[in-house]
Each structure stands twice: as structure tokens, then as C-alpha cells.
Design a protein around this ligand. Structure first.
Ligand SMILES: [Zn+2]
Length: 262
């Protein structure tokens, strides 16, 4: 592994509260600065996740969303303000990021994600964080991550339920998101949050847990920020409130990562 580039004095000061944590440290912070995360979906999950990933000093971000900011998004999509209504989410997110930290390299896409174009969107990323809101897209993202050997943090939320998991289906011993969900949803394309409602803070809880998981994956083997817990799904219940976790076993017949496709 190439040693990370040392941080400038201004960057050391900016990330001082990270660097004093032994679980991150100077080496961990410099590592984050050299990482590239592709954030798919800039809605209820992607918006707060972007804030924490950018604040954590991830050096390069790819931001993907084909949607336009609507007034009803502002209740939970924390990077957008009234002036963004009617503008593209990807363009608005880039504007937010430029104001927040212009040292971060950013690429954006406002293309609708499909199995045919997702590989190009995640190309070169060290990690993909998927916060999209329908199964067909999520499965396409998962399959592309397995094919490109990129770890995936998947985060989803609806009403008062959140779900976060880290997947490394390209590794022979670990499951992928498709092992979890199965094949039944490839054709489904519904915007569940538009129909079901969602507590804004619930999206924030789920998104920040997803961002934390992403940082954990990026620092795996660099500092002692814990096990990525590949294939473990964490379910968050905002009403109890409570959290429970369970492991998804690798499905040897999985169309995304099974041995039969190897
Ligand atoms: Zn699989």
C-alpha cells in the first residue's frame, strides 16, 4: 500500500478532533484524504451522509442523483435549502460541498442509474455508499460493486425503520446485497418514501450510521476503528427505539456474487 500524503498544517487543524482519537489518528486521517467514495442517491440518506463524509475529510467524492430538489425534500434532505428548489440535486450538492470544503475533489452525475451505466459511475471508487430508494437501483449498484470489487455500504430508511449494512460480495467468504434481498425486486421501481412518509431525524440517524460504517471500511487495516462486519445488516427501529443486527450468509447461487458466476 502506498503511504498516504502528509496533511498540511491547516488540514491537521481542521481534523484535530479526529486525529486525537487513537481509532483514527494522523495515519487514518491522511488515509481518508486519499480515499474516493461514490455516493449514490442524494436524498434522505445521501444528503446527511454527504455532510459527514465531507466533514470526515474524504478526499474525492462522486455524487450521483438524477432528481431535482422539491420543497417536500427539505424536511430531511439536509444539504438543500429553499434556493435549491427546482435545481438538480447533484449540482446543488456540488455547490454545498464547494462552500463547505473546497479541498475535496468532486465529480457529479445527474444520469438516471441503470445496470448499463452504473459501472462507469463507481469506477475508481474505494467504496460505494448507496442511499437510493428502490430495489432495482440498489441491486444494480450491488452487482456493479461485486463486479468491480468495490465494497458497498447500503443504507435505507422508511417511516421509522433504518437499515445499514456493509457488503464485500466480491470476496469468496462474504455475501452481497443481492444475497440479502434476492432477485424478486429487479423490476420494482417505486419511490417508497414518497408513499410511506419518513421522520427526518430517522433518515439522519440511518445516514450517519452509514457514513460511520463507510469510514470504518476505509480505515480497515489502517487504524483500529473496528471490524466492517461484512454481510451484517443492522436494523434500526426509531419507535422503540432499538437496534438489532443479523448476518447474511453468502448464497452460493446468488446472481450477483455466487460461485456459479465466477
Ligand atoms: Zn450475493
Amino acid at each position: 500500500m502506498v503511504p498516504p500524503t502528509p496533511l498540511s498544517p491547516a488540514r491537521l487543524e481542521r481534523f484535530a478532533r479526529h486525529i486525537v482519537l487513537p481509532e483514527i489518528g494522523g495515519a487514518g486521517q491522511a488515509t481518508l484524504a486519499g480515499k474516493h467514495v461514490a455516493l449514490i442517491g442524494l436524498g434522505g440518506i445521501g444528503s446527511p451522509a454527504l455532510q459527514y463524509l465531507a466533514a470526515a475529510g474524504i478526499g474525492t467524492l462522486t455524487l450521483v442523483d438524477d432528481d431535482v430538489v422539491d420543497i417536500s425534500n427539505l424536511q430531511r434532505q439536509t444539504i438543500f435549502a429553499a434556493r435549491d428548489i427546482g435545481h438538480g440535486k447533484a449540482v446543488s450538492a456540488r455547490r454545498w460541498l464547494a462552500n463547505f470544503d473546497d479541498a475535496i475533489t468532486v465529480e457529479i452525475s445527474d444520469q438516471r442509474i441503470a445496470a448499463s451505466n452504473v459501472a462507469g459511475m463507481i469506477d475508481g471508487a474505494d467504496l460505494v455508499l448507496d442511499g437510493t430508494d428502490n430495489f432495482a437501483t440498489r441491486l444494480a449498484v450491488s452487482d456493479a460493486c461485486v463486479a468491480a470489487q468495490i465494497p458497498l455500504v447500503s443504507a435505507a430508511v422508511g417511516r421509522f425503520q433504518g437499515q445499514v449494512g456493509a457488503f464485500a460480495g466480491h470476496m469468496p467468504e462474504h455475501s452481497c446485497y443481492r444475497c440479502f434481498v434476492g432477485d424478486a425486486f429487479d423490476a420494482e421501481d417505486c419511490d417508497t418514501c414518497a408513499e410511506d412518509g419518513m421522520l427526518g431525524a430517522m433518515a439522519g440517524w440511518t445516514a450517519s450510521f452509514g457514513a460511520m460504517h463507510a469510514i470504518r471500511v476505509l480505515l480497515d487495516g489502517v487504524s483500529a476503528f473496528g471490524d466492517p462486519q461484512w454481510g451484517m445488516v443492522h436494523l434500526m427501529d426509531g419507535l422503540k427505539p432499538a437496534m438489532r443486527s443479523f448476518k447474511i450468509a453468502k448464497d452460493s447461487a446468488c446472481r450477483g456474487c455466487g460461485v456459479s458466476i465466477a
